[in-house]
Design a binder for this molecule. Structure first.
Ligand code: G3P
Ligand code: MG
Length: 255
């Protein structure tokens, strides 16, 4: 089993990899994040039609590839035939969709942490996603280098069902805005963290979450000056398309 090296969650997490400077959710975006010194990335996982877990955000491939149609209609061969780099820039021409397995291997090579978002788009099966993606992920990364998050409560419940030990699987609950029931949900799931939209977070809720002992992550912020008022509330990490923007705007500039 993997060696667990204790280390804190860094102040910044690269959203979909370094998505400001490379095509989101690709191996190239994770390498780019590593090159600028990021220790953690947030990535979305879903299943292809043949059940292969891949790193992808949308229900379809139109926005981030040279083709169109639903991800759920593709098998691995068809998915690998897409160019998922050129839409972003000619510099990334020929970039291929990453499977979760390929991505986990890269993260281990680079010794990076992963916030894996179980992305349950409309019409997709939460349980099937968890069954295919979670054992592979838990087998590849030590608990200290992994947070599994979702907006989808079924996916979170299925994940906790598969790994009941909260020390072995850190779960993050994603909220657009934390509901009043956040604490009940967090206790029920034995969650590690809450991940909230920074524009909708209020100080009172932030302090409640921190006082209850949870980690608090905020997505997706690319304006370090506007974000500065949130750090004193106890926010642990910001998920950003370009963490280097935050370099001189962190609570402890030595980080
Ligand atoms: O995990 C934080 C953030 O990625 C959630 O929203 O749509 O960017 O996956 P989205
Ligand atoms: Mg995401």
């Amino acid at each position: 089993s993997p060696v667990i090296t204790p280390r804190p969650l860094p102040y910044t997490v690269a959203h979909r990899g370094l998505s400001a400077h490379a095509p989101e959710n690709t191996l190239a975006a994770v390498k780019a994040a590593h090159r600028v010194g990021c220790q953690w990335v947030e990535l979305d996982v879903q299943l292809l039609g043949d059940g292969t877990p891949v790193i992808w955000h949308d229900n379809g491939v139109r926005r981030c590839s040279d083709s169109r149609g639903k991800l759920a209609k593709l098998n691995l061969a068809k998915a690998k035939a897409l160019d998922v780099g050129t839409w972003f820039s000619a510099d990334f021409q020929g970039e291929r969709m990453a499977t979760l397995a390929e991505m986990l291997e890269l993260l281990n090579e680079l010794d990076m942490g992963l916030n894996l978002e179980l992305k349950v788009n409309r019409g997709r099966d939460a349980q099937a996603l968890v069954d295919a993606a979670l054992p592979m992920t838990l087998g590849a990364l030590p608990a200290e280098r992994l947070i599994v998050s979702s907006f989808n409560s079924q996916a979170l419940k299925a994940a906790r069902g598969l790994e009941p030990d909260a020390q072995r699987l850190r779960l993050g609950i994603l909220y657009e805005k934390p509901t009043r029931q956040w604490h009940e949900e967090a206790e029920r799931l034995e969650a590690y963290s809450l991940h909230v939209d920074w524009r909708r977070l209020k100080e009172k809720r932030a302090r409640e979450i921190k006082d209850a002992g949870y980690r608090l992550l905020c997505y997706t912020a690319n304006d370090p000056v506007a974000f500065a008022r949130l750090w004193p509330w106890g926010v642990d990490s910001v998920i950003s398309d370009d963490p280097s923007l935050f370099e001189h705007h962190l609570p402890d500039s030595s980080q």
